[in-house]
Ligand binder design. Structure first.
Ligand code: APR
Length: 273
């Protein structure tokens, strides 16, 4: 081999080595950044969980967190059935709330802007678990001990996803604790205020039992663009699936009346609408 050729191949080898080293360093940096980001996601999520939990003067929040994260961590986020949350319900049980339970479907904002100001009703989001997880997204992935808060599968990707299964399980339990007079706010601005595929329609209503629940009061929220009233077919469907011993009643309530009642705490809730 000529001297020049030898020098040329040495140079090429050094160049290859350099490219390889840079690639390895880049991979290490990306892995470290990813793992730090995931750890940060877990720690931010855990902080929100514990802060919200402690507002309930609950001493057991660390234990509730441990039970909670064991349910989905290191698991396929599409393979978490609602029963997986049983231990969480045992760790943070729902307390019975007679005559105050309020359900909702497609009316989350209206209901909560009311319950934030008045305490005559208790919604899922006023319970410990409902409040702690309200509006959050979480899931795990196989081979990792972290909690992910982005990129989690939703309803369109799979039925047994981490978040949906939690709301299904918690809603079933919440409905089981309802007794006496039960209220639901439904949306008068859509054609199907009672949707049999919603959590209210597919889970909660089916758990109402005439031994515990005496009345179901539907408050149909009427905005200016309302498209249905209490006589709509969709609400006839609701009556059909309701346990026969439960008395049904529906009232059309203008949204403005709900807002007015929110801003008059001195007004008894019974006379709001
Ligand atoms: N935070 C985030 N998402 C929620 C929450 C919440 N607090 N509650 C429910 N979800 C999810 C569920 O996956 C649900 O499908 O948002 C969707 C709300 O859809 P809607 O059709 O508006 O209502 P519905 O499916 O009937 O669920 C509301 O579930 O949590 C119970 O007691 C609650 O009666 C209420 C019902």
């Amino acid at each position: 081999m000529e001297r020049g050729e030898f020098r040329g191949s040495g140079k090429r080898r050094r160049k290859c080595c350099l490219i390889l080293c840079v690639a390895v360093i880049l991979i290490i940096i990306i892995a470290v950044v990813l793992s730090l980001t995931l750890r940060q996601e877990t720690s931010d999520f855990k902080t929100i969980f514990l802060d919200r939990c402690k507002k309930f003067k609950e001493n057991n929040c660390e234990n509730i967190w441990e039970v909670f994260q064991k349910i989905y961590v290191n698991r396929d986020p599409c393979q978490v059935p609602m029963e997986a949350y049983d231990p969480l319900i045992t760790a943070a049980p729902f307390k019975p709330s007679c005559n105050k339970t309020m359900f909702w479907s497609k009316t989350k904002d209206v209901v909560h802007s009311f319950t934030e100001k008045r305490d005559c009703f208790l919604t899922m989001e006023d319970t410990l678990l409902g409040s702690v997880l309200d509006g959050l997204t979480w899931c795990g992935k196989e081979g990792s001990n972290e909690t992910l808060t982005t990129g989690c599968p939703g309803w369109t990707e799979c039925e047994n996803n981490t978040v949906r299964s939690f709301w299904n399980r918690a809603s079933a339990e919440f409905a089981d604790t309802a007794c006496g007079n039960v209220t639901v706010m439904l949306n008068g601005s859509i054609m199907t205020p009672f949707d049999s595929r919603s959590i209210f329609g597919s889970i909660e209503v089916k758990r109402f039992n005439s031994k515990r629940v005496r009345n179901l009061n539907v408050l149909l929220v009427m905005q200016k663009n309302a498209v249905v009233n209490c006589t709509t077919d969709s609400l006839q469907e609701l009556q059909k699936v309701l346990d026969k011993g439960i008395k049904y009643n529906c009232k059309e309530v203008p949204e403005s009346l709900i807002e007015e009642c929110s801003s008059h705490p001195e007004k008894p809730c019974e006379s709001c609408w």
